[in-house]
Design a protein around this ligand. Structure first.
Ligand code: PDD
Length: 284
């Protein structure tokens, strides 16, 4: 059965969903995106994703083409039309189609595309029980990683490097410090303290990160927002990543070095439970 996809105001079978070859998203990666998880047919932390979308668009001098209510209606309509129980909704806004030029076109209409990805049992991902292994690679992305643009070539290459090295993902390193994962935020735990890079232009301001740090602080866990090195990570008691699709995922190895006893640590395990419980309750 074919999916129903949203394109510029229409709900279409995926085979009929098309955008222009002149779209600046296609030609120049001139677009932004969001990924919102769906659990039991409900949207997880939808508000956070809408706020970041508005910020990304604003940073690139693009108008937000829809109101918050309109965005919500489309998300819900796609869940219904695709019978989505567990999975993700991908949303992309590009500057639109215009004759190829480096300058931003003045009158292009933004292109809006949304589609669903079904992931049955998303919250029961078996990897959460075993943990994942990461390698470290240089962070050679551009300097505005706080904007969630569709320039995902290097993150893709990073995941391929990890796969070739027999690992699951890569952590990116700049000036000797870990910035984040290819598609997630990175954390270590030492002596019970959760350490994750401070916000700035160097990392994406993860929506999951914000929620997890809030729950951690509410549960009286100590949080330190600062950069850390790969060496420090290798000596940590445990590590984990967060993202809208992975939630909280334990990391059990870095560059071939096992962390702790090589199994998911108690802090990551507890934060995953806390996050999923709380976010399911608040889902809309
Ligand atoms: N990635 N850092 C990067 C570089 C990311 O691409 C993502 C999300 C995150 C985590 O942000 P959030 O918690 O808001 O999902 C951090 C999404 C899931 C993706 O590209 O599929």
């Amino acid at each position: 059965m074919s999916r129903t996809v949203y394109v510029n105001g229409d709900y279409l079978p995926e085979e009929e969903a098309k955008v222009s070859v002149f779209d600046r998203g296609f030609l120049m990666a001139d677009g932004v995106y969001e990924v919102t998880s769906v659990l039991d047919g409900k949207l997880i932390d939808f508000d956070g994703h809408l706020k970041r979308l508005a910020r990304s668009l604003n940073e690139l001098e693009m108008k937000n083409p829809l109101s918050d209510d309109e965005w919500l209606t489309i998300h819900r309509e796609l869940v219904t039309r695709n019978d989505l129980v567990d999975g993700m909704i991908y949303l992309q806004v590009t500057r639109g189609a215009a004759d190829r030029d480096f300058l931003f076109p003045v009158d292009a209409e933004p292109t809006v595309v949304l589609f669903t990805q079904s992931k049955p049992g998303l919250a029961q991902n078996p990897a959460a029980k075993t943990g994942i292994k990461v390698i470290s690679i240089p962070d050679i992305r551009w300097g505005r990683r706080d904007i969630k643009t569709v320039q995902l070539l290097y993150p893709s290459m990073g995941k391929m490097m990890a796969k070739k090295a027999g690992a699951d993902d890569a952590w990116l390193v700049e000036d000797g410090k870990v910035t984040e994962g290819t598609s997630n935020n990175a954390y270590i735990v030492k002596g019970g303290k959760i350490i994750t890079r401070h916000l700035g232009n160097e990392i994406l301001h993860g929506i999951t990160r914000a929620a997890v740090l809030r729950f951690a602080r509410e549960a009286q866990m100590e949080v330190e927002e600062r950069a850390f090195t790969v060496e420090e990570a290798k000596e940590a008691d445990e590590a984990f990543i967060t993202s809208a699709s992975a939630f909280v995922m334990p990391v059990v190895g870095i560059d071939g070095v096992a962390l702790g006893d090589g199994t998911p640590g108690p802090v990551a395990t507890r934060l995953r439970e806390l996050y999923l419980d709380e976010m399911r309750k608040a889902a809309i």
